[in-house]
Write a protein that binds this ligand. Structure first.
Ligand SMILES: Nc1nc2c(ncn2[C@@H]2O[C@H](COP(=O)(O)OP(=O)(O)O)[C@@H](O)[C@H]2O)c(=O)[nH]1
Ligand SMILES: [Mg+2]
Length: 202
């Protein structure tokens, strides 16, 4: 199967539970802390300049954006979590909308958790990761802005992940929206997941 990642349209922007619909094609979710590089990664993956807005003011987006990619899957762009000048880290939880989304949707085939390569596994990331794990969803980590890491730092991060994976192994990909590193790998990975989901259905 081929997927033309260039062929993409924003189908819906959702602000509340009432606007959520059950989907006919699989959904792949992108989530991460604000400023982690999510918009940049989405633009890079889909070969677009400004499909997802790259903003200088983190935490502004409160909606969920549903992009249809080549009519084969939804790329679901969740609001960045964890940014609120008033909230303490420990009181973090996903916004009501995000929780509603995970409760209502039954078409999620993969959750991509974006983490900043330079500051991965923050407390917020751990909480978000546990949340997804508890839902039993297929999960992977996209380490963003990897162009900012030295080779030695990259190896260190790789070893760290391999060490903490223990019995719940998950995939991870190093990505740079700046250099395009990881783009082909992520596209192939997504294609694999979409194919697997189709096979399961039959
Ligand atoms: N060097 C580098 N900078 C990046 C990369 N991805 C994003 N950035 C920068 O990080 C900042 C936040 O990016 P953005 O995509 O808006 O993050 P979002 O808030 O998670 O959507 C911007 O200044 C981007 O230019 C990357 O791969 N490499
Ligand atoms: Mg963004």
């Amino acid at each position: 199967m081929k997927i033309n990642f260039d062929n993409v349209r924003l189908e819906r922007t959702v602000y509340s539970l009432e606007q959520l619909k059950t989907q006919k094609i699989p959904e792949i979710v992108f989530m991460g802390r604000s400023n982690v590089g999510k918009s940049s990664l989405i633009n890079s993956l889909l070969n677009k300049k400004n499909l997802a807005k790259v903003s200088q003011t983190p935490g502004k987006t409160r909606s969920i954006n549903f992009y249809v990619v080549d009519e084969k899957f939804y790329l679901v762009d969740l609001p960045g979590f964890g940014y609120a000048s008033t909230s303490k880290e420990d009181s973090f939880r996903f916004s009501q909308l995000i929780q509603d989304y995970f409760r209502v949707s039954n078409k999620i085939i993969l959750v991509c958790h974006l983490m900043d390569s330079r500051v991965p596994f923050t407390r917020l990331d751990e909480i978000a990761k546990d949340y997804i794990m508890n839902l039993g969803l297929s999960y992977c980590i996209l380490f963003t802005k990897v162009d900012k890491l030295k080779q030695s730092e990259k190896s260190k991060l790789k070893n760290l992940v391999l060490n903490i994976q223990n019995n719940s192994a998950y995939d991870f990909i190093f990505y740079s929206a700046k250099t395009g590193e990881g783009k082909n790998q992520l596209q192939s990975y997504i294609i694999k997941k979409v194919i697997e989901s189709r096979e399961k259905k039959d």
